[in-house]
Write a protein that binds this ligand. Structure first.
Ligand SMILES: *Cc1c(COP(=O)(O)O)cnc(C)c1O
Length: 433
């Protein structure tokens, strides 16, 4: 393995910044290592960089006890994350440890007998899974001395960055496609940072941000999903850790994960692998399934065609939080789905709406469109015999339905509107028998 390009030592003994067990950045393609810094692409082969660790030594029992004694948020896993040891004492939104709901009603409806669980990340501080990734990026931004927090966003990330920056005392300036849902625009603006609508889709916004990073205009800016992306991505591992801990330190047999850029899916796999390596869970096979909306399904299309490359698409779907037509981690998602014996599938907008209502009706959980995509794909794959109903299955709900009310507002209205009298109520025909 080639070692390092930047001056200094890349081993753990003398890291330039204190990000706890994070030792270096390493290229996912060629393995070259770099000092911890605001880098995201390999200087040699342009491959994406990942955080490499000095993971804790000692017995799995000790580590498990240490984690269980930690706070009820992602910082209980601080020994496995690129954050300083005293992270829990700093102003941060402290997301995570959201509910893993045993979804027996939904299981009955779908014919699942092996145990069905919904990991409900709508319970995070800004009501989506994005608080996890941003919490880690904030620590990296602090370590590298950035004073402005920024991102390109499909909506949820902008809100998570705005809120986290407010709490951390940083300035924020975030970029979104101009035509997002009102709920997401308001949630991104209310925290008082700058919010800029770009006339274009997410891929245009992302391209704009890449240009801004290379320009003096963007100096001192930490873009959580661009120049802080290696750190940001690690936040998704906490979903894997929590699910296993909540299942009693056990891997699920099957998990269904939505795909936007594909970062979340690849890092959940990384999280499972780390738990196996550390001896915190038994090493047994698990299958990872990816979910997309038909109107933005570049990874699903490549999976079904047996391709290794992902051909970009122009998104057109109500699942705007997943509307990335050129997903950065697409090829890695394909690798993981194939390696674990999983699959990538997509559903129509109509199926997304049906699935949102199915989850609400059976379990009292109102998910956003991304949750509808994930449950819709789960249902489709069960019906196709691809997901085994006799095995333990976890489905992610990554966001709150209040942010995407438009998806269901046409078909979710008052059953009746009546005068305040018993006669009128009787006449409405709502009383059984
Ligand atoms: C961002 C997002 C995802 C997944 O994003 P990746 O880019 O694939 O990591 C899933 N669900 C919601 C609600 C999101 O906002």
């Amino acid at each position: 393995m080639a070692v390092q390009t930047v001056a200094g030592n890349t081993t753990s003994s003398a890291p330039a910044v204190d990000l706890g067990p994070a030792a270096a950045l390493s290229c996912r393609e060629c393995g070259e290592r770099f000092e911890l810094g605001p880098l995201f692409a390999c200087a040699s082969c342009f491959g994406p960089l990942e955080v490499a660790y000095d993971l804790p030594t000692g017995s799995p029992e000790e580590l498990r006890k240490r984690i269980e004694a930690g706070p009820d948020n992602i910082w209980r896993y601080a020994p496995l994350l690129p954050v300083p040891a005293d992270v829990a004492e700093k102003p941060n939104l402290n997301p995570g440890f959201t509910k893993l709901v045993q979804a027996d009603n939904l299981a009955r409806e779908l014919g699942v007998t092996g145990g069905l669980y919904v990991k409900d990340d709508s319970g995070n501080p800004t009501h989506s899974f994005k608080d996890r990734v941003v919490a880690i990026a904030v620590e990296a931004a602090r370590a590298f001395g950035f004073t402005t927090l920024s991102c390109s966003s499909t909506g949820n990330l902008a809100g998570a960055v705005g809120a986290a920056a407010a709490r951390a005392g940083l300035r924020s300036c975030v970029f979104i496609p101009h035509d997002l849902e009102q709920g997401k625009v308001v949630m991104a603006a209310v925290y008082g940072g700058e919010l800029v609508g770009i006339e274009g889709n997410y891929d245009d916004v992302n391209r704009f941000c890449s240009e801004l990073i290379g320009d003096p205009l963007g100096e001192g800016w930490g873009f959580v999903n661009v120049n802080l992306r290696p750190y940001y991505g690690e936040g998704s591992k906490t979903l894997a850790y929590e699910i296993c801990e909540q299942l009693g330190w056990r891997l699920p047999d099957q998990i269904v994960i939505p795909i936007a850029s594909g970062s979340q899916l690849t890092k959940i796999d990384k999280g499972f692998q780390e738990l196996i390596k550390l001896g915190l869970v038994e090493d047994r096979p698990y299958k990872i399934f990816g979910a997309q909306a038909e109107g933005c399904s570049p990874v699903s299309a490549a999976f079904k065609a047996g391709h290794d490359v992902v051909r970009p698409q122009k998104p057109n779907t109500i699942a705007k939080s997943l509307a990335i037509g050129n997903p950065a981690d697409g090829p890695y998602v394909l690798d993981i789905a194939r390696r674990t014996g999983g699959a990538v599938e997509d559903v129509t907008d109509e199926q997304v709406v049906d699935a949102i209502k199915l989850l609400a009706r059976t379990e009292g959980i109102f998910g956003e469109t991304a949750g509808g995509v994930t449950l819709g794909v789960t249902k489709k794959l069960i019906e196709a015999g691809v997901i085994d109903p006799a095995l333990t299955t976890v489905v992610l709900n990554t966001g709150d339905g209040l942010k995407t009310l438009d998806a269901v507002s046409a078909t979710s209205q008052a059953t009746a509107t009546i005068k305040p009298s018993l006669d009128a109520f009787r006449a409405a025909g709502l009383v059984a028998g």
